[in-house]
Design a protein around this ligand. Structure first.
Ligand code: C5P
Length: 300
């Protein structure tokens, strides 16, 4: 049995450039890892690839995850077998989810990152394949999804290109705690990018190396997301989540990635917990997470 875990990501700053011929937009992103971790376990199976899904999320999130070849995990398995020139072994994959589905927090990409790391080890142990290096895994990851390379290393990083060209930064010099307000509806990433193209002209990218983030209020002031207005125009209820988080004491509330999750920044875990309870008591669904610097890990 091989087990791996992967964190969630948020984009503290997300700047969107032109739509390129590849069908992707150039981005300039400041990524931060959060300690909401997905778990994947791979065991020998009887026939083909079977995927089962459980988790700490409302049922609609779990039933939305495909368990066949549409799942990114399956695509990762195929890509790794191709790269290592082996036939797909019979395997049973169990996924335990904590990251909201279709929420702008890279849940699907996190599962893919966990699968890359776990299956690389599984194939090495069971079929004696060469163990791919982290650099090779990240290269393969970039062909499968823009956020997967970041999730392999995790931490705090600048991402350019589609988000896959990474420069790791020193950890933030203070703790951050986040309340994630999960929407009852999902948003499709390509649709949100399309709305951005329709509504906005692109601005030149900032130089994140010039940023000075030495306190939590510097961070609150620096946070920005070019996709926020596009996401709100598609799902206006997002604005209510932002207002609620600010009323509950968030130093900043902003759409995460392409949304619709809204993240609220808090300086203490206690305040974040109180806000979470208050949102859940009023019929919403919120989670608490903190910045972490662990990346994807094999667990024994
Ligand atoms: O790579 P990922 O699976 O995250 O992207 C999903 C979709 O989001 C892409 O097919 C593309 O339509 C859009 N996208 C984009 N520019 C990016 C990242 C994603 O237009 N930098």
């Amino acid at each position: 049995m091989i087990k791996a875990t992967t964190p969630a990501k948020i984009n503290l700053i997300f700047e969107v450039g032109e739509l390129e011929d590849t069908g992707y937009h150039g981005v300039n992103s400041l990524y931060l890892e959060l300690d909401l971790r997905e778990e994947i376990v791979i065991k020998p199976g009887i026939k083909g690839v079977s995927i089962s899904v459980a988790g700490d999320l409302p049922q609609r999130h779990l039933t939305a995850v495909p368990t066949d070849s549409r799942n990114l995990i399956y695509k990762v398995a195929v890509a790794l077998c191709q790269k290592l020139s082996v036939d797909m072994p019979a395997i049973e994959i169990s996924l335990f989810k904590r990251i909201p589905v279709a929420g702008g927090m890279a849940g699907g990409s996190a599962d893919a990152a966990a699968m890359l790391v776990a299956f690389n080890r599984y194939l090495h142990e069971h079929l004696q394949t060469r163990l791919l290096s982290v650099a090779e895994l990240k290269e393969l990851a970039a062909t499968l999804g823009s956020d997967i390379p970041f999730l392999i290393d995790g931490g705090f990083a600048i991402g350019v290109g589609r988000g896959e060209q990474l420069t790791q930064l020193d950890p933030l010099p203070f703790d951050t705690h986040w309340v994630i307000c999960v929407s009852s509806e999902g948003l499709s990433t390509p649709v949100v990018f399309g709305k951005f193209d329709e509504l906005f002209h692109v601005e030149p990218f900032s130089d994140f190396n010039q940023l000075e983030i030495s306190s939590i209020s510097d961070l609150a002031q620096a946070m920005a997301n070019d996709l926020e207005e596009a996401a709100i125009s598609l799902l206006p209820a997002i604005s209510d989540s932002k207002s609620m988080l600010l009323e509950l004491g968030a130093l900043k509330a902003m759409v995460s990635g392409s949304g619709p999750s809204v993240i609220g920044l808090f300086s203490s875990l206690e305040e974040a917990e109180l806000a979470r309870v208050s949102i859940n008591n009023s019929g919403g669904f919120a989670l608490v997470a903190s910045a972490s610097y662990a990346g994807t890990r094999l667990e024994s």
